[in-house]
Design a binder for this molecule. Structure first.
Ligand SMILES: [Zn+2]
Length: 197
């Protein structure tokens, strides 16, 4: 592995972080990236030697579920990164939330990346909001896709399969909201009344 050409590090003369030109040296290490090199400060020209140690990222297997399908892929993490259930992590462009972790055959709530054998996550770009819709005296079970932060407010009108419905109450974890609003990701069930077709 070739060393990079430039580095931003502290210059002992300038007493601040400056661009440095790398004059040689080498990069080694399997688990860690170790760079030993002479460097020249681009600001004052001072030459000094550095030893920079960085962790090398590792690929951790991750299974992402999204709308009933699972995709197996890998995520690059630093060995010391701690991952927890409910952490939001980006995998490629996808926003996901960690649902479970496995470390040496045991399910865990939290683990260091170097100890993780598998991560389970679900895509978090959109969430299903379960709806009980009352229309002409009958109750229908419906669901809609919403972005996690989308707010639903009591009394608000929204589109539901081409009809218009009004939010009457919202059940969230542990309570029911009769006034105010809740975010889609927190909604256990939304109660609505059909207004018109
Ligand atoms: Zn300098």
């Amino acid at each position: 592995m070739k060393p990079p050409k430039e580095l931003v590090i502290e210059c002992p003369v300038c007493e601040e972080e400056t661009d440095h030109q790398i004059l040689g040296g080498r990069v080694e290490g399997k688990k860690r990236i170790v760079l030993r090199s002479s460097v020249r400060c681009c600001e004052c020209g001072h030459v000094h030697s550095v030893e920079i140690v960085e962790e090398r990222p590792i690929d951790v297997p991750i299974i992402i579920s999204w709308m009933g399908k699972s995709t197996r892929t890998k995520i690059g993490l630093l060995p010391s990164d701690e991952i927890r259930v409910n952490d939001e992590i980006f995998v490629n462009e996808d926003r996901t939330i960690v649902t479970s972790l496995e470390s040496s055959g045991v399910r865990k709530r939290a683990a260091k990346a170097s100890d993780i054998t598998n991560i389970w996550a679900k895509k978090f770009d959109k969430v299903w909001v379960k709806i009980s819709l009352e229309f002409h005296g009958k109750v229908y079970s419906k669901k809609i896709l919403a972005i996690p932060e989308e707010e639903f407010e009591i009394g608000e009108l929204f589109d539901l399969e081409g009809s218009t419905a009004a939010v009457t109450s919202i059940k969230v974890e542990g309570r029911t909201i009769k006034k105010g609003s809740a975010m889609a990701k927190d909604i256990v069930r939304l109660y609505a009344r059909g207004v018109r077709k």
